[in-house]
Design a protein around this ligand. Structure first.
Ligand code: RB5
Length: 146
């Protein structure tokens, strides 16, 4: 299992905590930045992580910015990326069961570490439902200006 993880400066502290949670769990965690508290731009961070997933260098990703919103918007601009802002444990489960999310997003300034871990575990323990959900996902990549 290879997970790419990334944050802007607003998510840096939470990212470090999430990395500690995974330490020793046999998970290959690829941190593609940011590496300091200097201000940076979440679209650049989202791009670094999403490209890893789209190239097959990571199975899924964890993205963090201050609210989780900007980096969600950025990630969902990439065709093939389904980024879900996990704002509750139920939503975390449904993001896998219904949306087969390949990126999960958190807010470093809006979410507690303990909640983030509970949501990560709910997401990882869930299974994609397929069938009607797959039909809907297939339509996502066909969306655009007509
Ligand atoms: C950075 O200050 C902040 O705007 C960013 O982390 C994020 O919250 C944007 O949605």
């Amino acid at each position: 299992m290879k997970i790419v993880i990334a944050s802007d400066h607003g998510g840096l502290d939470l990212k470090e905590q999430v990395k500690s949670y995974y330490a020793g769990k046999g998970v290959a965690l690829d941190d593609v930045g940011t590496y300091s508290s200097d201000s940076c731009d979440y679209p650049d961070i989202a791009a670094a992580a999403c490209n890893k997933i789209l190239r097959g260098d990571a199975d899924w990703g964890i993205l963090i910015c201050g609210t989780g919103i900007g980096i969600s918007i950025a990630a969902n601009r990439f065709k093939g990326i389904r980024a879900a802002l996990l704002y509750s444990e139920d939503v975390a489960r449904l993001a896998k069961e219904h949306n087969n999310a390949n990126v999960v997003v958190f807010g470093g300034r809006t979410m507690r570490y303990e909640d983030v871990i509970t949501r990560l575990e709910a997401f990882e323990n869930a299974f994609f439902g397929g069938e009607r959900h797959q039909r809907r996902i297939d339509k996502l990549d066909l969306l655009g200006e007509k």
